[in-house]
Design a protein around this ligand. Structure first.
Ligand SMILES: O=P(O)(O)OC[C@@H](O)[C@@H](O)c1c[nH]c2ccccc12
Length: 260
């Protein structure tokens, strides 16, 4: 199963770094005083915020962008008025790099999200050191103790945690672990099938005190309208924007849905 492979690859990368060095990285991140652009404050703005994703490839689609000038893409997103940027940092299946996030975070003035398969606290520390505002934590790949520990660490480091769920049961687990931002993924990570209806179906199971983001498979202004009507705070859009030759126009088309 592919999700297991992704998790295993992530664990191997983590374990390649000696425990002592990982612990030092966490200490280094704890001492950081550089300000963080708040991902949560971005979601607190009125309306539906757009999080654009910088993604070169994916396990289900293979290479998405033949030409991949990640910084240019990020700058085009920002010029188009995007509210935040998600950067895939998983190297093997998504052809990402943490350095992409670092360069983007140093250059743009919107919050950035580290999109990876986080299985160790040191990856959260690395995100903070690279200048990210938030990390993705996937409920399906973590134990309850890990989830709670990672959410707490993210908050201690002044990072937001976007806690990804795919079922009502996972929403309950996320909230119990202290999640403040829930990401409902329309993509089933077990078989990679996408069903846009998932986000709207699960929306009502998210408690009112949490922010909520719809993820994956968002393509049309009509879908955006549905998300806005269902009172989502944000939406995460990857492929639709990555494949668009004109990012400005693509973002405008999505926003047309927000305005109705
Ligand atoms: O390209 P899409 O269908 O717009 O999806 C973006 C984002 O939701 C997707 O990349 C994603 C959601 N959860 C993830 C977890 C890991 C890697 C990637 C993802």
């Amino acid at each position: 199963m592919i999700l297991d492979q992704l998790v295993q690859a992530s664990q191997q990368r983590v374990q390649a770094v000696p425990v002592r060095d990982r612990a030092k990285r966490i200490q280094q991140a704890r001492k950081m005083t550089t300000p963080v652009l708040s991902f949560e404050a971005m979601l607190a703005q009125p309306g539906l915020q757009i999080i654009g994703e910088v993604k070169r490839a994916s396990p289900s689609k293979g290479l998405i962008a033949a030409e991949f000038d990640y910084l240019q893409i990020a700058q085009d997103y920002v010029a188009a008025g995007i509210d935040a940027i998600s950067v895939l940092t998983e190297p093997r299946y998504f052809k990402g790099q943490l350095s992409y996030l670092q360069t983007i975070a140093q250059t743009v003035s919107v919050p950035t999200l580290r999109k990876d398969f986080i299985v160790d606290a040191s990856q959260i520390a690395s995100a903070r050191i690279a200048g990210a505002s938030a990390v993705l934590l996937i409920v399906a790949i973590l134990t309850p103790v890990q989830l709670q520990t990672f959410i707490t660490l993210a908050h201690e480091l002044n990072l937001s945690a976007l806690v990804e769920v795919h079922t009502t049961a996972e929403i309950k687990q996320a909230v119990a672990a202290g999640a403040r931002i829930i990401g409902i993924n329309n993509r089933n990570l077990k078989d990679f099938s996408v069903d846009f209806a998932t986000s709207c179906q699960l929306r009502q199971a998210v408690p009112a005190e949490c922010y909520v983001v719809a993820e994956s498979g968002i393509q049309t202004a009509t879908q955006v309208q549905q998300l806005a009507a269902a009172d989502f705070d944000g939406m995460l859009v990857g492929e639709t924007l990555m494949r668009a030759p004109d990012k400005g126009q693509a973002v405008m088309q999505l926003r047309a849905g927000v305005r109705g």
